[in-house]
Design a protein around this ligand. Sequence first.
Ligand SMILES: C[S@@+](CC[C@H](N)C(=O)[O-])C[C@H]1O[C@@H](n2cnc3c(N)ncnc32)[C@H](O)[C@@H]1O
Length: 234
Amino acid sequence: MITLFDRKDSGQDDELVSTSSGTAQLSVAAVENAFVEGVYEKLASVYDLAFGPTLQPGRVRAIREMAIQPGERVLEVGVGTGINLSLYPKSCSITGIDFSCSMLEKARDRVARMGIRSLRLLQMDAADLKFADDSFDIVYAPYLISVVPDPVKVACEMRRVCRPGGRIIFLNHFLSPNPLVSRVERLISPFTVHIGFKADLDLPGFLSQTELQPVSIEKVNVPRIWSLVTCVKD
Ligand SMILES: C[S@@+](CC[C@H](N)C(=O)[O-])C[C@H]1O[C@@H](n2cnc3c(N)ncnc32)[C@H](O)[C@@H]1O
């Protein structure tokens, strides 16, 4: 289901100046879990082809920059077809969650093909993680946060299950700070939800509502319109 509401441009170029700080309005497109699930059930068979190579540089860079240490516990939220799984070092323990049966089935096929060990794949809603507090060293959401109905709730869950001093990492496209580009992104967002994501998620507004403090924000992929956002849990 999609609804629209008015948004005003801030006119600011600085990406860290919020356009909707303190409000719940992070995107003009609103979706529900059932809608998103339906989209990914349909996308599963073509996902790797459609979103594999173009988004791969960001995936590779994110995991390289994590510098994961032996034995570290990593949670990938929205593991999808498991396209990241071969990128993790063998010495860490990976848990991947997703709520789409079809995407998880692809991930399970991939794990069997590649003989990946130290791995758990679980069906779960990112907004309601079934893990105890402080369970992971790294909680990573690649290309997920603009997909879910309530990004703030998901980020709070990610923070909860991350240990103090651990990292919460988002790899995602966010609303451009350029007023012209952001206008286009808001216009197309009600349509891009049908191919799996909102084009206009407001990063500063999102961060301020989650109370997460990023330690770095880097541009990735070509064109450089995706961001790798790393936060540390206090
Ligand atoms: C764009 S794909 C990202 C897949 C993969 N992480 C990647 O790097 O390409 C988003 C994934 O998030 C999953 N997803 C969406 N909403 C979710 C939710 N609320 N809980 C768990 N998974 C969700 C979708 O089923 C889909 O597999």
